[in-house]
Design a protein. Sequence first.
Length: 222
Amino acid sequence: MPGYGRVRAGQRGSFLMPHSEVPYRHDRRGMAKAPPSSGGSRGGSPSLQLVIIGVSGSGKSTVAALIASRTGCALAEGDDFHSPASIARMAAGHPLDDTVRAPWLAAIASWLSQRAARGECAVVSCSALRRAYRDVLRGAGQGVRMVHLAGPRELVAQRLAGRHGHFMPPELLASQYATLEPLAPDEPGITLDLTLQPTQLTDAILSAFCPMSPGGKGWGER
């Protein structure tokens, strides 16, 4: 798949995209040490708040739900924070502008901040296509990390064509890809290949952010 090859990143996270880094300090084996999860903080470290980002149809909601089910972390769907007016606007084929999008991002950031204040781990799906949008979400706390599900537009378009009952029309996909700004090297997070199965993506995320044991178990995993 041109431009979306998979590479091995240390001993885990073998589905990381080529430009990705796991932005935590590393132990002598080169394995990332993530912030603690549910149950509060250890030694003053913040709880982990994951934001699964990407265009519509990238699999954000599915992966976020899998992470929450395996870890017990609080779960939120970014679409649920949209106002009825914003949903109607997108359903009519009109992308949101930054003025309309601002309260949506603020609401998601507030939800993350509340979880962080209680020392709870959390995961939320949110497009967060631009750096400026992600900066708003990172303002929720020091434990916020981004996971970008990236991949070819053609595949995502096929997924959207077969999806029913969602307000986002396939016609808006082009504008999303035009808006998309990949994670920069200084943004805490990882980029993963969305062509992988949701369970593979979940395994890679848990391994990247909590590699204390096989499959990422130990990060609040039940």
